[in-house]
Structure formats: C-alpha cells, structure tokens
Design a protein around this ligand. Structure first.
Ligand code: LLP
Length: 438
C-alpha cells in the first residue's frame, strides 16, 4: 500500500467546489468543521457554485439545439437546490404530487414542468391538469385512458408524450436500467404506432411527442445512440401516419465520476454530439431530464467518527451517518469517495478500514477495505458525490431523524432543511383506542 499523497481532491476540482484550504475541507469558502459545529453531524452540504457550473456546462453543450433542461427533481428535491436551478432557467421533471408541489413552490412555471412515472394516481393527474403543466409522459394504455377520463371530467385537454421503451441495455446497475423490454417502463417501441393511433381516438388527449429514458449512471454513449436512433426512426414513421411529432423528451441518465481512480464518464459535450447526430435534424423541440449530472458532485454528506474499533480481522471506523442517511452503497454497491475533513500530514501512510454506520445490520457499510488516512474518534469525514439520490432517499430507519441539509454560496451558508426534533417525529404517531395510554 503506497502513501496517501494527499487525500487530494485535485481530480475533483474541475467538477466541484469542495476543496482544502490550509488543510481543512471547505464547501466553497465555508469550512466544514464550522458547519459541523453549527449544525451538528451528520448533515448534507451543497455547493451552489457546483450546481451552477454543472447546469452551465450542460446548457453550453446543448448550444444550438432546440433543447430545454427539465431538472429531474427526484435526484435532489431540496427546495433551495431546485430554486437555484430554476433561477438558472431550468424546468422540472417530476414524478409525484410531492415533487410537483415542490417544483411549483420553488417557482418553476407549470409551463416548464413534465410529469413522468409509470404509476400516476388520479389525484396526481388531476393536479397536473389543474396546473396545465407542459406535458404528462404516459407509459401505458390504461394510463392514457385514465388521463383522458380525468381530462374530460375537468374540461381540459391533456398534452401527453408517449414514453417508449427502446429495448436497449444501458449497461448500468440492474436496479437503475429502465430501457429494456423486461423493465416496467414505457410502451414497447414496436407497439408505439398502435398506441399513437389509439390515443388519437381518445377524447381530450393531445399527443405532442415521444419520451424515453433508458436508465441512470450511464457511462457509455452507445446505449444512448442506439436508443435515440430508435426514437428517430419512430419520429419519421409516425409522421408518415400524419402524427405531428413536435417534441421529444430524452430523459436523463448521463453518469458522473464517483471514483477518482475510474475512467471518467463521457462529457456532456460528447453526449450532446450524440443527440445532434441522431436527432438534430428531426425538427423537434428536445427536452432533457438530467438529475445526477447536475447535483451529484455538488453535495457531500459530512459525518463524525464515533469510534475506531479494532475487530478480530478488520478495523471498523464507526461514523454517525448510516445507511438510512445515504442508502446508495448498500442498495447499489455504490462507491462514494471518503475524504478526511482535516487533511493528514503529507506522506501519511493509509490504513485499510471498513467505514460503517451505527444501524443494526451488516449492510450499513459505506466502504469496505478502503485505504484512508488514520482517523480518531471525533474526526470528521465527508462522503463525496452525495448530492444526488442522497437526502431524497433517506429514511428514519432505527428512528434516526432525517439529517439536515445546508447550502453554501461563497462564504455564506444556510440550513435549508432542518433536522426534525424527536418530539416532531413522535407527534406523527398515535395509539389505537384499544390500548391504554401509558
Ligand atoms: N428522467 C426519468 C424519467 C427518470 O426516471 C430519471 C431517474 C431521470 C430522468 C434522471 O436520471 P439521472 O440523470 O439522475 O440519471 N436512485 C438511483 C438512481 C435512480 C434514477 C431513477 N430515474 C441511484 O441512486 O443511483
């Protein structure tokens, strides 16, 4: 095992704004130890500059295309994050009533909101129609029928795009691949013309185009190219049947670097080149729904070491964050870089440790046999690339309160989601009448 020289985030530097100043990890100009003192650990911390940079890099890559960005709120639904992106011009892709309400509350115009998802409820469809959002992406004939019924009853016309399943393997983790025919998503692309014909006969439905989304954390452009070609062939086929396809929604999915030692995923410019090559000339407005790409490296989960336990065969670094706060490692075997908040002296030899949380199951492990600079109880660690699918996937398993979220801008910071009190958590519960109160 070589030296750690240093826990240097140099390779991160172009991508995010968590850097060491005088050996202390900062989010922009705010030191993480200071935040830990103010907020308590664990907490999520987001860097506005990274959000802005990623949004701008993605927008610049799309220059010249008739493209609009609809940020996938599911990746990070913090209102301050969504508002920051709205200020930069982003629309939203939402998948639930909660996300729709949040996007509206964050100031995103309904005209810039797309509603995706395979199982929209009647209440969600009604709310979407009441707000006259840009479009609903429809994934099945029964869903089309439900939207038509609700639209008729409320005297509105529903603009829909049919989400097609192009039967392409995105070569990503099996739990987040969505574009294969055995996945629950979309209408088989081979059946799309028949469903278009069917939709044309339904009252109060206006089909405006096609949508697709083949998966997430995709690190190879080939699946995108193959899927977009299938979309292209459908656009032209449907036009021969006089369906005016004017909008295509290509979903999200472009991967981000999690591991300093792994190959970098394709750059947004290369992804945009694939869009230009496959769909640039089809005369359609293009919607994109990036989530992870915008927010993943804009966030860290900061945690404190509780104990260092020398086990029979391993050293366990037991931290105060757990799988309920960041579930990706245990759910997808995801890698998150772990940085010491206080940089070790140069040439410090690493120790190979397991970084684990306090939750009572072995799956509560953030890193297995990871070389880290030696740490002691009380030290702060930062789990990197936690801005996407971090806080949004948290639960209160083991009755642990959801952790707060802090956003930084330059030298300023704000707690934008506070930690609930135990009283608030317990207030949601009640005893049934047949139990005597304690
Ligand atoms: N559009 C649709 C319809 C989606 O289902 C998703 C993600 C996105 C856009 C955004 O994809 P992105 O650009 O973020 O890859 N929890 C998993 C990821 C689940 C992704 C679900 N859909 C994880 O932590 O890796």
């Amino acid at each position: 095992m070589g030296e750690i020289s240093p826990p240097s985030p140099q390779r991160f530097e172009p991508m995010h704004h968590f850097t060491y100043h005088d050996g202390i990890l900062h989010a922009e100009d705010v030191s993480l130890p200071r935040l830990a003192d103010e907020v308590g650990t664990p907490f999520y911390c987001y860097a506005t500059a990274t959000l802005e940079r990623h949004y701008q890099v993605f927008t610049a890559a799309l220059a010249g295309l008739p493209a609009h960005i609809h940020y996938a709120v599911k990746a990070n639904a913090n209102m301050a994050v969504v508002r920051t992106l709205a200020d930069l011009g982003a629309g939203a892709d939402v998948v639930s009533e909660g996300e729709l309400r949040l996007a509206l509350a964050a100031g995103i115009s309904p005209k810039r909101i797309v509603f995706s998802g395979v199982g929209k409820t009647a209440a969600e469809i009604t709310l979407a129609l009441d707000h006259d959002i840009l479009q609903l992406n429809v994934e099945s004939e029964p869903e089309l029928e439900a939207i038509s019924r609700i639209a008729v009853a409320s005297g509105r016309v529903a603009r829909v795009a049919l989400r097609v399943n192009p039967d392409i393997d995105a070569s990503t983790h099996h739990k987040i691949t969505t574009g294969r025919k055995e996945n629950k998503f979309g209408i088989a692309w081979t059946q799309a013309p028949a469903v278009f014909r069917y939709a044309a006969g339904l009252p109060c439905i206006e089909v405006v185009g096609l949508a697709t989304h083949i998966g997430s954390q995709i690190t190879d452009l080939h699946p995108f190219r193959d899927a977009f070609r299938r979309v292209r062939s459908l656009v032209f086929q449907l036009r021969t049947e006089n369906f005016p396809i004017r909008r295509i929604d290509l979903g999200g999915g472009l991967g981000v670097p999690y591991d300093n030692d792994a190959a970098l995923p394709p750059q947004p410019a290369a992804y945009a080149a694939v869009i230009r090559e496959t769909l640039g000339d089809c005369g359609c407005e293009i919607l994109l729904e990036p989530g992870r790409l915008i927010v993943a490296n804009a966030g860290m989960l900061v945690t404190r070491v509780l104990y260092v336990k020398e086990g029979a065969s391993r050293t366990f670094v037991i931290v105060d964050a757990a799988m309920n706060d960041l579930v990706r490692p245990t759910l997808y075997d995801a890698f998150h870089a772990i940085l010491p908040v206080v940089a070790p002296p140069p040439h410090t030899a690493p120790r190979v440790v397991d970084v684990v949380g306090p939750v009572c199951e072995t799956g509560d492990t953030f890193a297995t046999q990871r070389p880290l600079p030696p740490v002691r109880a009380g030290a702060l660690l930062a789990l990197a690339s936690a801005g996407a699918y971090g806080a949004v996937m948290a639960s209160s398993y083991n009755l642990r309160p959801l952790v707060p979220e802090v956003i930084v801008k330059g030298g300023r910071f704000a707690v934008v989601r506070r930690r609930p009190s135990y009283a608030e958590m317990l207030a949601l519960e009640s005893l049934p009448p047949w139990l005597t109160p304690p």
